[in-house]
Design a protein around this ligand. Structure first.
Ligand SMILES: Nc1ncnc2c1ncn2[C@@H]1O[C@H](COP(=O)(O)OP(=O)(O)O)[C@@H](O)[C@H]1O
Ligand SMILES: [Mg+2]
Length: 239
């Protein structure tokens, strides 16, 4: 099942939480811009939101809104916000708020109308539960978008990347590619040096690039890093 007509864009997932999905979502929004199209961001469910007074502020959603220069209210970008820093299933149980997928679908459908492509940031990895019988993988399938897997550069990433890519393919998802992201400064280890080439050789999905550690998250810095480090031609066939 997918939500409506064929969509353009990507669903960004990771081998783990904290790998850099938000940063890479921003990078892909910029990459689509460099290809001459206008993309927006979406973070359908955000946990670990900051409480300001009575309002929950979704930091990922706000960052994507700024990067994509979106005018929509952040409620359309992050329709579900939870304060608990937990997987959605746990956060929704703790906070007593059930997730209505129609609400997510409506926000997505509205965004699709206004942009050439939607770049959706997932939540953690593919097997993070949203409900007892519904996982991030199912959400990616419902969005009907090809996925991009963000992974770490260090030792251990080959196993995590292969598990994620192969499971996605086995479940019938389209894997557009992998981005190895430096979410911390390089340590110049042998593993960091050799992992990109090994991933190219063993993975069924292409390596879109190795995204460098950035010293600031300004729009222009991200865009320059995209131009220099990502093979944006790989994205073209999905747009
Ligand atoms: N390429 C990068 N350069 C610098 N800092 C990064 C980079 N990628 C991620 N980070 C930092 O690492 C942390 C986790 O990244 P984030 O994109 O929020 O991960 P996720 O969305 O997967 O949880 C953030 O503080 C972010 O600023
Ligand atoms: Mg994030």
């Amino acid at each position: 099942m997918t939500w409506g007509n064929i969509a353009k864009g990507f669903f960004i997932t990771g081998t783990d939480t904290g790998v850099g999905k938000t940063v890479v979502t921003a990078a892909i929004i910029k990459a689509i811009g460099l290809l001459g199209l206008r993309a927006c961001g979406m973070k359908p469910i955000e946990t670990g939101c900051i409480k300001e007074g009575d309002v929950l502020v979704p930091l990922d959603g706000m960052f994507l809104k700024t990067i994509a220069r979106m005018e929509e209210n952040v409620k359309h970008i992050s329709p579900y916000c939870f304060e608990s820093p937990l997987a959605p299933m746990a956060a929704s149980e703790v906070e007593g708020v059930s997730i209505d997928f129609e609400k997510i679908k409506r926000a997505y459908t509205d965004l699709k109308k206004n942009y050439d492509a939607v770049v959706v940031e997932g939540i953690g990895g593919l097997l993070v539960p949203i409900r007892r019988d519904y996982f991030v993988l199912d959400l990616a399938r419902d969005f009907g978008l090809p996925i991009i897997v963000v992974s770490r550069p260090a030792l251990g990433t080959l196993n995590h990347t292969m598990l994620t890519v192969n499971y996605a393919i086995k479940e019938g998802l389209n894997v557009a590619g992998i981005i190895i992201n430096y979410n911390c400064p390089p340590k110049d280890t042998l593993a960091e040096d050799t992992n990109p080439e090994i991933i190219k050789q063993i993975s069924k999905a292409p390596l879109i690039g190795v995204f460098p550690y950035l010293t600031d998250m300004e729009s222009v810095t991200i865009e320059k890093a995209v131009l220099k480090n990502l093979d944006i031609e790989i994205l073209k066939k999905y747009l």
